[in-house]
Write a protein that binds this ligand. Sequence first.
Ligand SMILES: C[S@@+](CC[C@H](N)C(=O)[O-])C[C@H]1O[C@@H](n2cnc3c(N)ncnc32)[C@H](O)[C@@H]1O
Length: 444
Amino acid sequence: MRDSVTCTISGVDPRGRGRLELDGHLVHVARALPGDVVRVRARPRRDDDPETLATLERAGESPARRSPGCEAFPRCGGCLWQDVEPAAQRRWKSAMVRRVLSERAGYTLPEDPPITASPDAGHRTRVLLRVHVAGGRLRAGLFARGGRELVALRRCEAAAPAINAALAELHALDVRGLPDHRVRLALATAPAPGSGQREHVRALVTPATKPAAPALALAERMRRAGLFATVDTRAADATPQPCDAQDGATFFAAPGMFEQTNRAANRALRAAVRRRVDALAPARVLDLHCGNGNLSLLLHGARGRAVDGVDTSPQAIAAARLGLASIGAPAERYQLRSAARARSPSCARSRPAPWSPCCSTRRARGPEPDRHAGESALARLAALRPRHALYVSCDPQSLADDLARLRRAAGYELAGLELFDLFPHTPHVETLAWLRAPGAPGAR
Ligand SMILES: C[S@@+](CC[C@H](N)C(=O)[O-])C[C@H]1O[C@@H](n2cnc3c(N)ncnc32)[C@H](O)[C@@H]1O
């Protein structure tokens, strides 16, 4: 490859880097956007990132750039794309997913898949903040881009108003007398108990430095100051509380357990899952990674349909069962069990399970009971052979790889795709894919 070359970025890769084809090579350019004209120079190949080129200068600006929607940009590591028009972000994500499916799974989609927008600010209803206490002062915020230095935030444009109100109060908390220490502060909002009231914010404080005692003392001060509706210090102790309500069902979650971070876009995702299932009109549904029932709670009861779910998190199953109680469905529909041992749901009709949603967690971080959760779900799906499968994924690359594997292992073909902009101002995107087993009929 030539030493230095000027070129126009044509797309983004799943990590948000600009990408282009050069001399028959696919290359990725950090901090470049589609439409940017950049002079780049190849740098020595690195095993973990063999194709990235060093940017020497930007010779032309992408027309999608805007003045950043946030004061902390670009220092803060929370949002990579605060300086990009939201509509362009969505176009790029949609094109990226189409290309990843083509390159990794051989699917040629006729056009970029549709993407449902989210509010562009105040959309994050769950955040993980970093809190540093030093010299009797408290600073809270997010890690800097590409590092672990704290960027203190008085407010976060992406966060829900209730989280920002709590953040402002947090900075005023009296921490005099506490030794220097650091904590992780997971905050999640819950709908206001009454109209005109502020949304609840629930907190989980976990130590990021040893010993743990100062973190416990800090949590106690937060409690006494009434900063949050609840303050827990052990995820396992936090009891699930209502976190959302939609179409007659109440959803429950506890701080620290998995919960989508964008309530508005998550509601659109749930509604889309229900539309797909209603169109397929199955007698049985099996949710292989049901969590708190987020994707399947709205599916119960329609036309005598049997809906079951499994998850390996006791807290998630406790939350899912509270959700079942909210719609008057029996608790045993959601079971504490690995996807690897999920059984086909029982129901009055005798035909085999015609539909099963499956959620990939292959890229899940943190302590997972099964690091290869996605693998076991895929194997189980191929073994149960439902006629239709829905697959919800936050990682287009693992989605594409899994679709290719499901096609090889059991003949499943991709029947359609819809995207949801759950993570505005970042390259991340949530995908709902629906798959058809060989010989299965289409939707009604
Ligand atoms: C990303 S969350 C999705 C939860 C839910 N579908 C939602 O939309 O909120 C993934 C879930 O998979 C669960 N999980 C991980 N490994 C599993 C396994 N082997 N079998 C079943 N569930 C598993 C986790 O406990 C977690 O609740």
